[in-house]
Design a protein around this ligand. Structure first.
Ligand code: 13P
Ligand code: SF4
Length: 339
């Protein structure tokens, strides 16, 4: 059996033809060669195209990959994810070269909070609430992280907010994750009015219909979804939290409400279980292809840089998260969720 046949055995059910797998096998071999040559590590987010998982040193959610970016050795980090994730890796690894394979891999949620607007809002709110803490989701630019007291991810947002001594929190930029946090804290959470276009499209009607079709399936929902979708969940989890939940659960069927790439990973790692997809594609996450990894390692593109004073201030916020945040899975809220 050839390497291309083995790849087709894995990816065939996800729609990849034998010819796709033959081409991909050659490209993946080239990535492996260049990776060794450059002393590079490849980090891949759960939403990436599944063929990229073949060459990844670590696959995970934003929190896990932030930790891996520090733990794994290598002169070069190639971040198969989106820009803010690669930026976080650079914030934590100033001496290493961090590459984003495709510059189109941005994030419209991160773009919804511009640093100038955040600075103005913080100044205004601190006039009213001198005790205000600024908590930014990692889905923000380095410039916004630099204005923040602490960062968080979908895996640890509730823990981080509850661990702070402050009573009022400005939560940037996702209003849906802010509502999820508000449902699990007695602090006052002031939400920035941003949203993820992928998760915002999921409606309670569509999810309710899937639940009626598969009543025994566990419903796992990402907290970037609307509060009326989150309210239907058996568990509200980060992408890695969903993988762990599905692995440990005795249930055989799951409805997965997040970007579709996660369902690909679940299918590849747990073929004996059934995953129903209530998901959409993220055009930013899907921008990275294997040929972009090849070009990235050949030309050392596209390098992540930022002003050192921004990096140092952002690093404080990211490190505070890494010190405070456990990221344990959390059950769905049992109280009404504020919009
Ligand atoms: P996770 O950290 O849960 O993987 O989420 C990242 C993200 O961008 C979700 O849209
Ligand atoms: Fe950004 Fe949403 Fe894509 Fe995640 S899924 S990278 S939040 S646009």
């Amino acid at each position: 059996m050839t390497s291309a046949d083995r790849l087709h055995d894995k990816l065939g059910n996800l729609g990849y033809s034998r010819e796709d797998c033959r081409v991909l096998t050659d490209q993946l071999d080239r990535v492996r060669y260049l990776k060794d040559l450059r002393g590079a590590v490849i980090l891949a987010h759960n939403y990436q195209r599944p063929e990229l998982f073949e060459v990844a040193d670590a696959i995970g959610d934003s929190l896990a990959l932030s930790r891996k970016a520090v733990e794994l050795e290598g002169d070069v980090i190639v971040f198969a994810g989106v820009h803010f994730m690669a930026e976080t890796a650079k914030i934590l690894n100033p001496a290493r070269t961090v590459l984003l394979p495709n510059p189109a891999a941005g994030c419209s949620l991160a773009d919804m909070a511009e640093a100038d607007a955040v600075a103005a809002r913080v100044a205004d709110l601190r006039g009213r609430y001198p005790d205000l803490a600024v908590v930014s989701y990692v889905n923000t630019t380095a410039a916004v992280k630099a204005l923040s007291d602490v960062c968080c991810t979908s895996a640890n947002a509730v823990e981080i907010v509850n661990a702070l001594p402050n009573r009022q929190v400005l939560f940037i930029p996702d209003r849906n994750l802010a509502a999820h946090v508000q449902a699990h804290t007695d602090k006052m959470v002031i939400a920035w009015d941003g949203h993820c276009y992928v998760h915002q499209q999921v409606t309670p009607e569509a999810v309710g219909a899937m639940k009626r079709q598969h009543p025994d399936a566990k419903l796992l929902v990402h907290p970037e979804c609307r509060p009326d979708v989150v309210a239907l969940a058996d568990a509200v989890l980060s992408t890695e939290g969903m993988v762990t939940y599905a692995r440990k659960s005795e249930a055989a069927r799951f409805i997965i409400v997040t970007e579709c790439g996660l369902s690909d990973r679940l299918y590849l790692e747990m073929p004996e279980k059934t995953f129903y997809r209530a998901c959409q594609l993220c055009r930013y996450m899907k921008a990275n292809r294997v040929e972009d990894l090849v070009a990235s390692l050949e030309r050392m593109q596209f390098e992540i840089t930022m002003p050192e004073d921004t990096r140092v201030r952002a690093e404080r916020a990211v490190n505070r998260m890494l010190e405070l945040g456990g990221g344990a899975p959390r059950p769905a809220p049992r109280v009404p969720v504020l919009a």
